[in-house]
Design a binder for this molecule. Structure first.
Ligand code: OAD
Length: 254
């Protein structure tokens, strides 16, 4: 079988202690969750202005809430794929290993990864826009089901929204700080299944590069980052990551 990695890539991987992984929608594509900007992506069917910003939620709460609930129900029944599981295995092979994800689907955690930084929130969490009370999924879904017009409200009367980052909103401060620190300190950085179109997430591989990390991209397509990376492994992450794990794990365990 043809090897994926060049000898330089192997050398850099074997000598790395701090690994950072940036993931985007592409890593969950093989689980059946659509990406945003590919041919059948979510933003080709509906514009983020209509759905993914606070004004849209405030003005058209029922439509936006129902759209998120539909996605939530799909995600609830979705399983991690071979790419997520390979990342979980890789976590045990390095002294420091962090996944920084733009995904809101929680599939890295479902696969068993422990160090996951969620940059864009998580669709399963919800909170009141007024008193900021957080709602567990069961409680939220019960309120959603029993509320007229599917407009979920808190006891205080405030609207309940998904804990995701919408366009025009700040990213969660702690997660962002941790992500920047992780990228700065990394010896090895993987950018997987992201178009690297949305900032500040797209800045992270560049920061890693500027600080001397070896940067590998896994993506079936080229992105704006590809020419800056050291290695582009062209293909689906659910196929490439298990092969990569197989190729490097023996040496890393020694
Ligand atoms: P995009 O839809 O922009 O990009 C998905 C990337 O995944 C593309 O580069 C595809 O080529 C690649 N891809 C597709 N299938 C793949 C597979 N099987 N394996 C590996 N890669 C594959 O999604 P993101 O880059 O995640 O933000 O988008 C970033 C942010 O834009 C999202 O978090 C979301 C969106 O608007 C918010 O909602 C705030």
């Amino acid at each position: 079988m043809k090897e994926l990695l060049t000898s330089i890539a192997k050398e850099r991987i074997y000598s790395s202690r701090k690994v950072a992984i940036l993931t985007g929608a592409g890593i969950s594509a093989e689980s059946g969750i659509p990406t945003f900007r590919d041919k059948d992506g979510l933003w080709t069917k509906i514009s983020p202005e209509e759905m993914a910003n606070f004004d849209a939620f405030y003005k058209n709460t029922q439509i936006v809430s129902e759209w998120y609930q539909k996605r939530r129900e799909i995600i609830e029944h979705t399983l991690p794929n071979a790419g997520h599981f390979a990342l979980r295995e890789l976590e045990h092979l390095f002294p420091s290993f962090h996944i920084i994800t733009q995904n809101i689907d929680g599939l890295h955690q479902k696969a068993g990864s422990e160090k996951v930084i969620e940059l864009h929130g998580n669709i399963m969490r919800n909170y009141c826009i007024d008193c900021k009370k957080y709602y567990e999924l069961d409680e939220f879904e019960s309120i959603y089901e029993h509320t007229e017009n599917h407009i979920p409200k808190c006891n205080c009367g405030g609207l309940i929204r998904p804990d995701v980052v919408w366009f025009g909103e700040q990213l969660p401060r702690k997660a962002l700080e941790k992500a920047f620190q992780t990228a700065e300190e990394a010896d090895l950085f993987f950018t997987i299944g992201t178009s690297a179109y949305v900032r500040p997430a797209a800045d992270l591989p560049i920061i890693a590069l500027q600080n001397g990390a070896y940067v590998i991209e896994i993506n079936p397509s080229k992105t704006g980052l590809t020419n800056f990376t050291h290695l582009h492994l062209q293909g689906k992450s659910g196929e490439i990551l298990p092969k990569l794990l197989e190729e490097i794990s023996l040496n890393l365990k020694q």
